[in-house]
Write a new protein. Structure first.
Length: 372
């Protein structure tokens, strides 16, 4: 992975970019953009961000966005119009960037990509595979249990309409939960019921996922969902990651997601690491109340999952860090700056699904491989 930093000083925006650029095949880039002038009002920060995106596009002339996510500080007042002008799936969630800005942005670029709308999703075709991205799906007016079940049910129906299914084709989900300490149980129970109906069980497999605190723009929405699926994939191309020396199967404490998933293509491996916290292989919180030791154990767990996919930190394209307490930002930011100084990342305010966990991280890695 090649890392670069672009400081658009006149815009007060910094972009960190990770690039996987093989000699043959398409290049991929992950960019995280953050505003640096914290005194600017939201409209000005957004205008600067959009100009920085245009500047970045000029630096990556062959690349097109296939997915983008805005992290905003006040979704009710800021979300309107954020998806305008994008020709890809866009997610918007209130998870305030903890550098003090009003928004941050993660963009996933691929070269030779031509996203086209497919129902509520956007599809990108590469070779024999079709990649489907869904952003900010929701069911207004429902509690977290019904919203989760109905969103997944509708998503499974859409996949079925395109010759796919939830178990074989969905590689990654994200659930952003309003008041996660109250509503996460409904997400778990709705997902468990829906998965059981579709043959996703402890005896088969689940889906890599993050379930985390996040506030939707609409006050009548309890849960937002993003998702990623691949059409044309074969079972032997997919491996589920476990790292049993560090982590236990999630079903042992009543939830249904994979710790991570690796997907092999002829020339590369995509690795999706689910939201990972300071947990041991008995499902217990490690180092309660200690943000430094929890961050260290969290990173150790991620490293073990990456190793299960024959990857390491130098293969990671971006990471998203979630904190329960804003007061922990400085220490966690310093740890990441020391351990992973060049990696594109954003640190947000987003309570983890278990109160004892102070910090969680997710990431995606890309590694060159050679399959016949």
């Amino acid at each position: 992975m090649e890392y670069s930093k672009h400081s658009f000083s006149e815009l007060s925006v910094e972009a960190r970019v990770a690039s996987h650029s093989p000699e043959r095949g398409i290049a991929e880039h992950h960019a995280v953009l953050q505003c640096l002038d914290l005194r600017m009002p939201f409209a000005q920060q957004l205008a600067s961000m959009r100009q920085a995106v245009a500047r970045l596009a000029a630096l990556l002339p062959k690349a097109r966005p296939v997915f983008a996510r805005y992290f905003v500080s006040d979704a009710a007042n800021q979300a309107q119009g954020l998806s305008d002008g994008w020709e890809c799936a866009v997610s918007v969630v209130q998870q305030p960037p903890l550098n003090g800005a009003k928004l941050a942005l993660w963009i996933y670029y691929q070269e030779e990509a031509r996203p086209v709308r497919s129902g509520s999703m956007w599809m990108v075709e590469h070779g024999s595979c079709r990649h489907y991205w869904l952003g900010s799906a929701c069911v207004p007016g429902a509690d977290s249990y019904k919203a989760t079940y109905d969103m997944l049910d509708d998503y499974a129906r859409q996949l079925g309409d395109m010759g796919m299914n939830l178990a074989d084709n969905c590689m990654r989900t994200w659930f952003f939960v309003r008041d996660v300490d109250v509503n996460y149980r409904g997400v778990v129970e709705g997902r468990n019921r829906l998965f059981d109906r579709h043959g996703l069980t402890a005896d088969t497999h689940y889906i890599a996922s993050t379930g985390i605190g996040g506030v939707p723009a609409r006050p009548d929405v309890a849960v937002l969902m993003d998702a990623y699926a691949v059409g044309g994939i074969k079972p032997e191309q997919v491996k589920y990651l476990h790292a049993p020396s560090h982590l236990n199967p999630t079903h042992e404490y009543g939830v249904a997601f994979e710790r991570g998933t690796a997907v092999d293509y002829p020339d590369r491996r995509h690795v999706f690491i689910s939201g990972t916290a300071s947990i041991n292989n008995r499902g217990e919180v490690e180092h309660p109340g200690d943000i430094v030791r929890q961050t260290a154990r969290m990173l150790e767990n991620v490293e073990a999952l990456l190793a299960d996919a024959e990857c390491g930190w130098r293969d990671v394209a971006h990471c998203i860090v979630y904190l329960r307490d804003t007061a922990d930002y400085t220490v966690v930011s310093e740890i990441f700056a020391e351990r992973l100084p060049d990696m594109p990342r954003v640190i947000t305010l987003a309570p983890v699904c278990r109160p004892g966990w102070l910090v969680e991280v997710e990431c995606m890695a890309i590694k060159a491989i050679h399959n016949a």
